[in-house]
Design a protein around this ligand. Structure first.
Ligand SMILES: Nc1ncnc2c1ncn2[C@@H]1O[C@H](COP(=O)(O)OP(=O)(O)OP(=O)(O)O)[C@@H](O)[C@H]1O
Length: 317
């Protein structure tokens, strides 16, 4: 069966508020905790057929936003639409949308007491475009036996199962919400490579949230930065790249070239300094840098992200 075209999504003025919660204090008394506003007027368009990075500090609202798209959560107000171009629908209790959206959260929502082979059968029935061969190959690569039960797996191996499910489902909208947790570095890099390879062969829309910005930025075509329940920035990785640049070279030359520009990040190794600066260099600056033996590099997304979400930045531009 051929999957539909990649899904896009659109959120308009979306608010998600979690109500008052009953909590138990250390001395055993119950109390009611104030409601949390997880998303506060989010407007966003997810372009179909792209890999979009969803970035934000802890509690920014990433998981809440992603769970809206998969109909795991309903907005308190505002609208959510998911689907092919010109045919986007409310995902809530919508079988067409939910059968085409695969959300994988941290450890993959696995049934701990069931063999993985059973879980995979379940997904094979649930997901119309499930690729059984790919699932088998990825589990082999991650060295996870389908005869095992998730309860017997380490956290990293559970994440690897989640990664397998996400990729093998071949859903027109595939969402990985911090799926790398517990994976060691070689496994994470193998996962990223598999995403890119499978995405190239089977175009779809992929959303990926991660705190490991440096590792995943090469995957992104679009980037969304959430902060305290709001969209701080949503643009293409290319546009984002033009927001800054790096200079690497002898300290005195780098300082001279830095001038009055805002420094996002600075590090020094012996006599060599690297600074990440806001803005774009003009032709004159680029030539001066070359003449001074200073290397001009692209903007590390991590530096921009840290600067954008710095609490001290509130109210500044
Ligand atoms: N079910 C819930 N009940 C109450 N509050 C919730 C619930 N889910 C999320 N929240 C709150 O909503 C806010 C956003 O949480 P969310 O999990 O979406 O953030 P996140 O960006 O994914 O964070 P992290 O990077 O730490 O996973 C947080 O303040 C969180 O405590």
């Amino acid at each position: 069966m051929t999957p539909p075209a990649p899904f896009g999504a659109r959120l308009d003025d979306v608010v998600v508020r979690f109500g008052k919660q009953r909590r138990m204090s250390a001395d055993g008394n119950t109390f009611r905790e104030d409601a949390t506003t997880a998303l506060d007027g989010v407007g966003l368009t997810v372009r179909p057929g792209t890999i979009t990075g969803i970035l934000g500090r802890n509690g920014a609202g990433k998981s809440t936003m992603l769970s809206l798209l998969a109909a795991f959560t309903r907005p308190t107000s505002g609208t959510v639409r998911v689907g092919t171009e010109g045919a986007q629908e409310d995902p809530w209790e919508n079988a067409w949308v939910t059968s085409n959206v695969q959300l994988v959260r941290e450890s993959g929502d696995l049934q701990d007491d069931e063999k993985l082979s059973e879980t995979l059968k379940y997904y094979a029935d649930l997901r119309p475009y499930w690729d059984v061969d790919l699932a088998g190959r990825l589990l082999d690569m991650f060295e996870v036996s389908p005869r095992k039960k998730p309860a017997a797996l380490s956290r990293g191996k559970k994440s690897a199962v989640g990664a397998t499910i996400g990729l093998a489902a071949r859903a027109p909208l595939t969402i990985f919400d911090e799926v790398y947790l517990g994976m060691d570095a070689p496994t994470r890099y193998a996962f990223y490579d598999e995403i890119l390879a499978d995405y190239a062969e089977h175009p779809r829309t992929i959303l990926l949230s991660s705190h490991l910005v440096e590792e995943v930025e090469r995957l992104f075509e679009d980037v969304v930065v959430l902060d305290r329940g709001r969209v701080l920035l949503a643009e293409t990785a290319e546009e984002m790249g033009r927001r800054g640049f790096s200079l690497t070279g002898p300290a005195s030359a780098v300082e001279r070239l830095t001038g009055e520009r805002r420094i996002l990040h600075r590090q020094q190794l012996g006599a060599t300094v690297q600074v990440t600066l806001e803005g774009a260099p003009d032709d004159g600056e680029a030539a001066t840098a070359r003449d001074a033996g200073v290397e001009l590099g692209s903007l590390p997304l991590q530096d921009l992200f840290v600067r954008l979400t710095d609490p001290a930045r509130k109210g500044t531009s």
